[in-house]
Write a new protein. Structure first.
Lengths: 325, 325
């Protein structure tokens, strides 16, 4: 019997799902809209139907052993999505319980960055590591910590909110209600804000002067930087300096072997890695210098959130020391 | 057979040791000077002799099951003291191996703040906690993290160096070679520096104007503050503001249930706890507000470092799931 898991990534706009084997091959992939259902139950039923449809295509000698879900504000301990700011359904959504009752297999929920960290450990570049951090650079900045081979959930199930460490207490306004949080500088949105700050402060000509804030994206900034645009290049330097400074703080907390960068901004390659590493090393306590690697995630593709979520199930069985079947 | 452990706290000046039972009772306590021996072997022999002497007084139905040692730069993985800045013997000192060979019992080494964290878990206020942080406020600022009931050692065995997170990259000079590290502001030395800064900046009369930097200590600042001295009071406010700001960053890393403050500065009670808690809450990401306790350590007495070190042995057996005897 071939054992398979379901990985689900619930985003604000789209919910992606896939059926994944132990080696990380995605046998089937699907997609439903997150936003169309007024009630959470409607969304859940639509998701359950899509899954049941996809099960029909599976080989007869296979079985689904569990469901993993990554979602912002997903609480590992309760299995609930709690007060998500990016979904239309408010309050407490008992997602794990609903999936378990519907499909009679374990359902493991965590936040999307934690799912990425477990994914990196199960399928990615952290396969042989026990102590590492994954930093996801998307609309915001998320992070997941693995310490001693175990995902760090914390006492309240909300560990790893690096995006809300402080760069400048009187700095940029953040969605969380504070000011100067790391994710207001280091994220797809953060680097856009930095480009606009640099365009405001300086006189240099830049191809980015012709693009509105709403239309600007990381890819455009990357391409401009590769063409030599001074403002675009400086925006990566500025972003990497702040990320490097803050990673130096994270390193002295948990002493990781490596920090993986994941998501759009990290795909700018050396443009972001070089200043990040340089400023991390410069700001590190000397005892730690030269010891901690900053690496790209191995899961830089469309299926990554699904792989991350599905890996929660393998991790769940590994932790329990349980046979899957 | 009554099982006993040895706890040893190696400080720059004095080395304290004690024999401790499972309940944390110290049956015997002793002390040798750390500084008199030119060679590390001489210090070790003197320590071993003192231990053998102390074993003579023990009840005949008791046995020593292990030795725990807390020392700055003690590496849990290697059992070595590595490049300690506070000892006269340089390089790598294979302490655990030497004790194991001498007494034929396990010897567990870690840094002093980690020992304090395990001590809090085994004997102190963290008995029923799985996720907490201990911050030791002595000459410097040390910290130990327990996550999921396990001491966080990190990949290189040097996790938890909160004293070297950054308050201000162009701030006070630190022994580590950087500038503006947390311990240059928040520690027994840090608050002295703050008193001197405030005396330099302000005109207020203060009884502390009559005391030299070398003679000033935390107790004097505490007593002056309790008598209403404006500079002394403000120095606690200043210290608590910085500590609170930085603890807010630590909280979003590991999501602890509580943070324990340990050591001289923490014995100033409300003078330090009130501003620390106020500024931690003000700087916390809203999701975490009101969730994390800041508490005094339960091990605020002379025997605390010995208890902490001895508890490493019980923790070692608990982790291995081994019978002690």
């Amino acid at each position: 019997m071939k054992e398979l898991t379901v990985g689900i990534d619930i985003g604000g706009t789209n919910t992606k799902f896939g059926i994944v084997d132990r080696e990380g091959n995605v046998l089937h992939q699907g997609n439903i809209q997150t936003t169309v259902h007024e009630e959470f139950k409607g969304f859940f039923d639509s998701m359950a139907n899509a899954l049941r449809e996809s099960f029909k295509d599976l080989p007869s000698d296979s079985s689904i052993v569990g469901i993993g879900v990554g979602a912002a504000n997903g609480n590992y301990y309760t299995g609930n999505i709690e007060h998500a700011t990016n979904l239309r359904w408010k309050g407490i959504l008992p997602l794990s319980k609903m999936f378990q009752e519907e499909f009679n297999v374990p359902c493991i929920l965590t936040n999307d960055a934690n799912a990425a960290a477990v994914g990196e450990m199960v399928y990615g570049n952290a396969k042989n590591m026990k102590d590492f951090v994954v930093v996801t650079l998307g609309t915001g900045l998320g992070s997941g910590f693995v310490c001693g081979g175990i995902l760090l959930n914390g006492h309240h199930g909300i560990a790893g909110e690096l995006g809300h460490t402080s760069v400048n207490p009187t700095g940029r306004y953040c969605n969380c209600g504070k000011r100067g949080c790391l994710e207001t500088y280091v994220s797809a949105t953060g680097i856009k804000r930095t480009v606009y700050k640099l365009l405001a402060d300086h006189l240099e000509p830049s191809e980015l002067r012709g693009i509105s804030f709403d239309n600007l994206n990381t890819k455009m900034i990357t391409d401009a930087a590769l063409r030599g645009d001074i403002v675009a290049k400086e925006s990566f330097e500025y972003t990497g300096r702040i990320l490097g400074m803050k990673l130096a703080e994270t390193v002295v907390h948990t002493d990781p072997e490596a920090i993986f960068l994941f998501g759009g901004l990290s795909q700018a390659g050396e443009l972001i890695f070089k200043p990040t590493i340089r400023h991390m090393e410069a700001n590190l306590m000397p005892l730690f210098r030269g010891k901690v690697k900053v690496l790209p995630s191995a899961l830089q593709n469309q299926a990554a959130p699904i792989l991350g979520a599905s890996s929660l199930v393998w991790d769940h069985f590994a932790k329990k020391g349980m046979e899957v079947a």
